[in-house]
Design a protein around this ligand. Structure first.
Ligand code: GLN
Length: 247
């Protein structure tokens, strides 16, 4: 088996170690004997995104989001084709925001999104940011798991029909929504940097599974060979203890 990944705007959307997500996917694939191909897609670079099992888009500052938007919107049909052909999509923070209707940045500028979903993001009048550690309780196609990470966003994402999880500690989609991220089986969008996958091996394996399913429709999550995640478990436990959260 081979997992083919395209990391979009790798050179500008890479906040708080988002690159680590790609390193973890590679390691957890190779440890299982699954080949791993990582391509990048910068502004203006020709790519057929529907050719990939997974598309990844990380987070970025407002300036960076604004700089890539013409290129991203020009790829809308190609991204739609990829989604229709079961390419799985992992989006962090700034990338997550851009799959919705729009993002109103800190200076009031409105950035049009891809409009694949009804959610929208507005920095709002208060101009304060959601910053700090975050823990959520998520259900991934029946797999119940706590996800830990770090968030830093001014944007408040509203009208989220299918949140990824319930906030146990931290902020999430908006200051008082109580929910975090978006997951509908086709895309997983989240505010969790940190980066997301090294601290959350279940999520890493779930992303691998969802992506591999494109070319292996009968694959089950349980078919992935178990790996030793001892260090990750200890790191997670430290955070759960710190925030008084039962594991
Ligand atoms: N610029 C966006 C915001 O502040 C996204 C930030 C990020 O990706 N961490 O809301």
């Amino acid at each position: 088996m081979n997992l083919k990944v395209c990391w979009m705007y790798h050179d500008i959307m890479d906040l708080y170690g988002d690159k680590g997500n790609m390193m973890v996917l590679k390691k957890r694939c190779l440890d299982r004997g699954i080949d791993f191909t990582l391509d990048t897609c910068g502004i203006g670079q020709e790519r057929d995104l529907s050719d990939y099992d997974l598309i990844f888009l990380g987070g970025g500052a407002d300036k960076e989001q604004i700089s890539l938007i013409p290129d991203l919107l020009a790829r809308k049909e190609n991204i739609k084709k990829a989604m229709d052909e079961n390419t799985f999509i992992l989006l962090i923070c700034g990338g997550y925001q851009l799959f919705g209707q729009y993002y109103i940045a800190a200076d009031g500028q409105k950035i049009e999104g891809l409009k694949f979903y009804d959610y929208y993001t507005d920095t709002g009048a208060q101009k304060s940011r959601c910053i700090g550690n975050i823990v959520i309780d998520a259900n991934l196609d029946g797999i119940q798991t706590k996800i830990v990470g770090f968030e830093n966003h001014g944007g408040q994402t509203l009208n989220v029909s299918k949140p990824l999880g319930k906030v146990l500690y931290g902020c999430g989609n908006s200051f008082d929504s109580g929910f975090e991220g978006f997951y509908d089986g086709k895309i997983l969008g989240t505010y969790l940097h940190g980066p997301l996958l090294p601290k959350n091996p279940v999520v890493a394996d779930f992303v691998i599974y969802k992506a591999l399913k494109k070319r292996n429709p009968n694959l089950k999550f349980e078919d992935l060979k178990p790996l030793d995640s001892g260090f990750e478990s200890k790191a997670r436990q430290t955070l759960f203890d710190r925030f008084h959260i039962e594991n």
